[in-house]
Design a protein. Structure first.
Length: 118
């Protein structure tokens, strides 16, 4: 007998696995925090909770601009965005219908984090 897995269960399992990876990452040196959004919920863990709104706006804007640019240039979907300032970096990723924004100090190697999260 064949049993097809529910898409909801797959999405929940993906979210749980992502949360586990993020729990390991968030305590690393130089990690400021993250925002993980799914179609039905959001999870935020920042070292400075007074800046939730600012980080949420930056996260949302990065995804929106990335989408708008790739749409205008007909390049397909955005997979990953890295935004750097003088002191910090933002790694934004689309993973299994989840939007992840990971905030870190500029010295953190975002490529290693990307590989760990994919």
């Amino acid at each position: 007998m064949l049993v097809k897995k529910s898409e909801t269960n797959d999405t929940e399992n993906d979210a749980e696995k992502m949360q586990e990876k993020l729990q390991e990452i968030k305590d690393q040196e130089g990690i400021i925090g993250y925002i993980l959004r799914s179609p039905k919920s959001a999870s935020i863990d920042l070292k400075d909770p007074t800046k939730i709104i600012e980080y949420a706006i930056l996260s949302s804007t990065a995804f929106d601009v990335g989408h708008d640019i790739t749409e205008a240039l007909q390049m397909g979907e955005v997979d990953t965005i890295v935004v750097e300032s003088e002191e910090t970096k933002l790694l934004s990723m689309n993973i299994n219908n989840h939007h992840l924004s990971l905030f870190m100090e500029k010295s953190v190697d975002h490529d290693k984090l990307y590989k760990k999260l994919k």
